[in-house]
Design a protein around this ligand. Structure first.
Ligand code: GDP
Length: 432
């Protein structure tokens, strides 16, 4: 989710303009203060594109004077934003303060837009043109109080955002896509055939659905799911699964095609390297994860006690995964798969508003500040969830955050907003 930072002197109408930009019919406003007192982050939606608007603080002169404060503000905005919007009051014109900040912004590699605010009539429109002198390109005339020009300005903002490919997994519509994975002989075919067998009604020609022949449609708990890339499993042909290399390519392709993976683990044996590798592949691909202990009918009491601890210890990174104990052979607890898949996908799809994230993070940071590094206390300026699928949290900070602290934040984030069954990514953008 790209970030727009808005900078400007006090009283140029910056806040009114921000409200105007957010207050349109399409905008989603989160009226929660940001992490530090001098900035507030909001979610915005324009022409179907989501982005974050950061209202940077006013340029109140600090101990080092007005000039230093202005420059610092512009630099902070530049480092954290994809696009910077400088708001100038045309009725006052460009003051020394704007000259100073323009100088900083001209050096920036980020796109900069110039809003000429308080353009209420023809006369002021002419004055807006005088702002070309700032060297920031064409001044965009707007009237924050009347709303004039704000739509055009937002169009310009969207054009200026980087056109990075959307990282999140695109929603395809139709049944949710499930990959059924696990090492050879763990019971994939048995499980699929049981699931399909119990649902004779759901066949490939189900009510007008076109099915890629390599996939299987399966109805579980009143919902149809698409198990991807299952042709080999359905036929129950025990061709040599091929080399390890081939098996892992197949697994990779199935993960890519799926939104959520069920990794079958043989509960009657110790966890193997292969089990752990498949689980890691799912996490790295950013897909939701359900770990199903199969062959539960073969497991004795002693082993049952050990299983969860074993996976917690061996797979620290997947403690959050949904887990179910099943038997493809007897049909035990197979019905529990659907609720686990749903819970995992709910988290995978979940989007937390920027307002909620920022009030959460200010509480967390107040109670447990990031560890000091190199004599400096890193500050988290604000945070936003860049996208779901998988949920990705972006932190804008003044310094490096240690891996341990990032894991702590991830754990708190999961606890607070109920993320289970899905990887959560935390990305830190440090301002230079
Ligand atoms: P795949 O290679 O992962 O597709 O594994 P299969 O489905 O072919 O199963 C391998 C073997 O394990 C077969 O002999 C199955 O009958 C057996 N099997 C699968 N699931 C279970 C289970 O839950 N309990 C028991 N006891 N055996 C199972």
């Amino acid at each position: 989710q790209p970030v727009l930072a808005v900078v400007g002197r006090p009283n140029v109408g910056k806040s009114t303009l921000v409200n105007r930009l957010l207050g349109r019919r399409e905008a989603v406003v989160q009226d929660t203060p940001g992490v530090t007192r001098d900035r507030v982050a909001y979610d915005a939606l324009w022409s179907g594109r989501r982005f974050t608007v950061v209202d940077t603080g006013g340029w109140e002169p600090d101990a080092k004077g007005m000039q230093a404060s202005i420059t610092a503000q512009a630099e902070r905005a530049m480092s954290a934003a994809d696009v910077v919007l400088l708001v100038v009051d045309v009725q006052v014109g460009a003051t020394e303060a704007e000259e100073a900040v323009a100088k900083v912004l001209r050096r920036s590699k980020r796109p900069v837009l110039l809003a000429a605010n308080k353009v209420d009539d023809q006369r002021t429109l002419a004055e807006a043109a005088a702002l070309w002198s700032l060297g920031l390109g064409e001044p965009q005339p707007v009237s924050a109080t009347h709303g004039r020009g704000s739509g055009d300005l937002l169009d310009k903002v969207l054009e200026a955002f980087p056109t990075t490919p959307r990282e999140e997994f695109a929603a395809t519509g139709g049944p949710r896509r499930v990959a059924l994975l696990g090492k050879p002989n763990v019971g994939k075919s048995s499980l699929l055939n049981r699931l399909v067998g119990e649902q004779r009604a759901v066949v490939d020609e189900a009510a007008g659905t076109t099915v890629d022949p390599v996939d299987s449609l399966v109805e579980l708990d009143g919902e149809v799911w698409r198990f991807v890339d299952t042709a080999g499993l359905r036929k129950r042909v025990k061709t040599a699964q091929g080399t390890e290399y081939y098996a892992s390519l197949r697994t990779k392709a199935a993960i890519e095609a799926a939104e959520v993976a069920i990794v079958l683990v043989d509960a009657s044996e110790p966890l193997s390297e292969q089990d752990l590798r498949v689980i890691s592949m799912v996490i790295e691909a950013g897909r939701a994860l359900v770990i199903a202990y199969n062959k539960w009918d073969l497991v004795d009491d002693e082993r049952r006690q050990k299983l969860n601890k074993e996976i917690d210890r061996q797979l620290v990174r997947a403690r959050w995964a949904e887990r179910v104990n099943i038997s493809a052979e007897t049909g035990r607890a197979v019905a529990k798969l659907a609720p686990s898949l749903r819970a995992a996908l709910d988290s995978w799809d979940q989007r937390v508003s920027t307002g909620k994230i920022n009030s959460w993070i200010s509480d967390v940071v107040a109670a447990h500040p990031p560890p000091v590094r190199g004599g400096k206390q890193p500050k988290i300026m604000f945070a936003t969830q860049a996208h779901p699928r998988p949920p990705t949290l972006v932190l804008f900070t003044t310094g490096f955050l240690e891996a341990g602290y990032r894991r702590f934040l991830e754990r708190k984030f999961r606890e607070t907003f109920g993320f289970v069954g899905s990887p959560v990514r935390i990305s830190v953008r440090v301002r230079e």
